[in-house]
Design a protein around this ligand. Structure first.
Ligand code: NAG
Ligand code: NAG
Ligand code: NAG
Length: 509
C-alpha cells in the first residue's frame, strides 16, 4: 500500500528547504489512485476544451497556437548554427545571446534570502525575478540579510508574491509548491515577454553556469518554445516495485529543433546508452512529436498509456530548466494560474509544472542533445556519487545528481590543469548544480565553514549552502576565465562575441 500511495504522490521529495513542509499523506486512500488518474485526464480534457473554445471565440485572427493545432513551421534562423554540436571549441564561435537576454526566475521564501543573496555571484549581468510568500516591502529590516537591500538594484532583482499553501491541503506536497509552479509565469508577466529571450528556472539553491547557458542557447532559436532540461524523473522497476529516478534516460524528450551531431548518424544503440528514450529533433516538442518517437510503449494512438506528464514523468525543479521566450507566447497567465489553483488531485511543484506546460502550452521537455549521445555528460545537476536515497520519504526514489562537491573537485582539477579530457568535457557542458540546502551540511567540512568570513552574518542553517554557492561561483569564474578569456568584463563573459584569439586560446588550453 505504501508504495502504491507514493506511486501516486508525484512529488519532488527532498529538495527545497525547511520552510516547505513535507507532509506524509498516509491518509490518502489508495482507492483514490485510479479515479484520480481519470480525474487528471478529465481535467485535461475539460481545460483543453475550454481553452480551445475560448481560442475559437477569441477569433482565429490572433492565431494563438495551442496544442492540437498544426505545428507551425519554423525555419532555423541561423543555419550556420545547425552544425554546431556543442563541443567547447566548435560551438563557442559567436554568441548570439548575452547575459542581458537572460531572466533568472527563482523560487524562494522570506526566510531564505541569504541563499538568494549568495546566488548574486553568478547572476551578474542577468536580471532576476524572485518569488516570495509575502511582499518584499513588508519585510522588516531585521528579516533581511545584511547588505541585501543595497544589492537589489545592482543585481536587477524584482520580487513577486505567491502565498504559501495551507500545508494541510491534501492536494499538495509542500507549502511552496504552487509558488514553484507559478514562478516562471510570474516572472514572464512581471518583466514582460519582450524583455528576455530565455528564463533560467530553478530553486534558490540551484547554481547556473552562465557561460555554458549562453553557449547552450547559442544554437537555439528563442522564438521556438523550449522547456529544456536533461534531468527528468521517470519510473524504473526494482524487482516488482516501481522506484522513481532522476535523471532517467528513459524519460521521453525531444532534441532541439535542427539539432545536428556527428554521433546521431551512427547506429543509435552504439552511441546512446540502452535503454533510452529514442529522442529526435522536434520543432517544437509536442505530444505528437514524442508519440512519433515512441520506442517504450508510452502511447496508444498518441494518448498516454499510463505514465504521463505529472505522473512520475516530470522535470526536476532543483536541477532547473531553461525556458524560451516562445514558450510563454503559447498561453495566458490567467489560464495557467486557474489551472494550477483548481487542480483536484495530489501533486508537487515539479509534477504540476510539467503537466501544466504540457496541457496549457502543449510543450514537453527538450534535451540539450550533447549529453544524450555521450554517456559521461549530464548537463543539469550531474552527479558522480551513484544513486542517493536521503530520507524515509525518499525510499522509493533515487537521486543520481546533487553532487556539488563532485563539481567543485572537477573545477579545482581543471584550474590546476589535471582534469583530463572527459572531465573537461563535463565542465564544458555543465549547466546547473543543485546544492540542496537541507543536506548541504554533509558536503562541507566544519573548518572550511569556520574559515569562511563571508558567513559571519548568515543564519546557521544556511551557512553550508551559502558557502557552496560562493565556492562554486568563484571556482567557475576562475575556470571560465582560463577557458574563455581572462577578464570577467570582456564581451564573452557578458555574452558578447569573443575575439578570434579567445577561441584559439580556449582551444589550446
Ligand atoms: C535590468 O535588466 C534590463 C533588461 O536587460 C535592463 O533593460 C535594465 O537596464 C537593467 N537594469 C539595471 C539597473 O541594470
Ligand atoms: C507572458 O507574459 C505576457 C505579458 O508580457 C502575458 O500576456 C502572457 O499571458 C504570459 N504568458 C504566460 C504563459 O503566462
Ligand atoms: C590569464 O590568466 C592566467 C592565469 O590567471 C594568466 O597566466 C594569463 O597570463 C592570463 N592571460 C591574459 C591574456 O591575461
Amino acid at each position: 500500500m505504501a508504495s502504491r500511495r507514493s506511486a501516486f504522490e508525484a512529488h519532488r521529495p527532498t529538495e527545497n528547504g525547511e520552510h516547505l513542509v513535507s507532509e506524509d499523506k498516509t491518509s490518502q486512500p489508495p482507492a483514490a489512485y485510479r479515479p484520480s488518474v481519470q480525474l487528471t485526464s478529465m481535467t485535461v480534457v475539460v481545460v483543453f476544451c475550454s481553452i480551445a473554445a475560448i481560442a475559437f471565440l477569441a477569433g482565429a485572427t490572433t492565431g494563438p497556437v495551442f496544442w492540437g493545432d498544426v505545428p507551425p513551421k519554423w525555419e532555423h534562423p541561423r543555419p550556420e548554427n545547425r552544425l554546431k554540436t556543442g563541443s567547447w571549441d566548435s560551438r563557442r564561435i559567436q554568441s548570439h545571446y548575452a547575459r542581458k537576454d537572460i531572466l533568472v526566475a527563482m523560487v524562494s521564501s522570506s526566510n531564505r534570502l541569504s541563499l538568494v543573496q549568495s546566488s548574486r555571484k553568478w547572476r551578474k549581468g542577468m536580471q532576476t525575478f524572485i518569488a516570495l510568500e509575502k511582499p518584499f516591502e513588508e519585510l522588516q529590516h531585521d528579516e533581511l540579510p545584511r547588505g541585501f537591500k543595497e544589492g537589489i538594484e545592482e543585481h536587477n532583482e524584482t520580487f513577486g508574491v505567491f502565498e504559501d499553501l495551507n500545508v494541510d491541503d491534501p492536494r499538495w506536497h509542500k507549502a511552496g509548491d504552487i509558488r514553484a509552479v507559478m514562478t516562471p509565469f510570474m516572472a514572464n508577466k512581471t518583466i514582460g515577454t519582450n524583455n528576455f529571450k530565455y528564463v533560467l528556472y530553478g530553486d534558490d539553491d540551484t547554481v547556473f553556469f552562465p557561460e555554458n547557458v549562453l553557449d547552450l542557447v547559442n544554437g537555439l532559436d528563442h522564438e521556438m518554445p523550449y522547456f529544456m532540461t536533461d534531468c527528468i524523473w521517470f519510473p524504473e522497476k526494482e524487482g516488482d516495485r516501481d522506484i522513481y529516478v532522476h535523471p532517467d534516460r528513459k524519460a521521453p524528450r525531444c532534441l532541439p529543433c535542427g539539432y545536428e551531431d556527428p554521433l546521431m548518424h551512427r547506429p543509435w544503440g552504439s552511441t546512446v546508452p540502452q535503454p533510452s528514450w529514442n529522442a529526435t529533433p522536434a520543432c517544437p516538442c509536442t505530444q505528437e512529436a514524442l508519440c512519433e518517437m515512441d520506442n517504450l510503449n508510452m502511447f496508444t494512438d498518441c494518448n498516454w498509456n499510463y505514465w504521463r506528464p505529472g505522473f512520475w514523468y516530470f522535470i526536476h525543479g532543483g536541477a532547473g530548466a531553461i525556458m524560451s521566450q516562445g514558450l510563454f507566447l503559447r498561453g495566458e497567465y490567467d489560464d495557467v494560474q486557474h489551472y494550477v489553483r483548481s487542480k483536484g488531485y495530489y501533486g508537487s511543484g515539479d509534477s504540476t509544472i510539467t503537466e501544466t506546460i504540457q496541457v496549457l502550452l502543449g510543450i514537453l521537455p527538450t534535451d540539450p542533445g550533447y549529453g544524450y549521445f555521450r554517456r559521461h555528460i549530464q548537463s543539469f545537476d550531474p552527479g558522480w556519487k551513484g544513486a542517493q536515497i536521503k530520507g524515509i520519504e525518499d525510499e522509493d526514489t533515487r537521486d543520481m545528481g546533487n553532487d556539488p562537491v563532485g563539481v567543485i573537485t572537477r573545477l579545482e582539477k581543471a584550474i590546476a590543469g589535471t582534469c583530463g579530457d572527459e572531465c573537461e568535457d563535463e565542465l564544458a557542458h555543465i549547466v546547473t548544480v543543485h546544492i540542496r540546502n537541507r543536506y548541504s551540511k554533509e558536503d562541507v567540512e566544519k573548518h572550511d565553514l569556520a574559515k569562511d568570513k563571508a558567513l559571519k552574518h548568515v543564519p546557521k542553517d544556511h551557512r553550508p549552502a551559502v558557502h557552496l554557492h560562493h565556492r562554486l561561483a568563484d571556482l567557475w569564474q576562475q575556470y571560465a576565465a582560463l577557458r574563455i578569456g581572462n577578464s570577467t568584463s570582456n564581451d564573452m563573459a557578458l555574452g558578447g562575441p569573443p575575439e578570434a584569439g579567445d577561441i584559439t586560446k580556449a582551444a589550446s588550453v
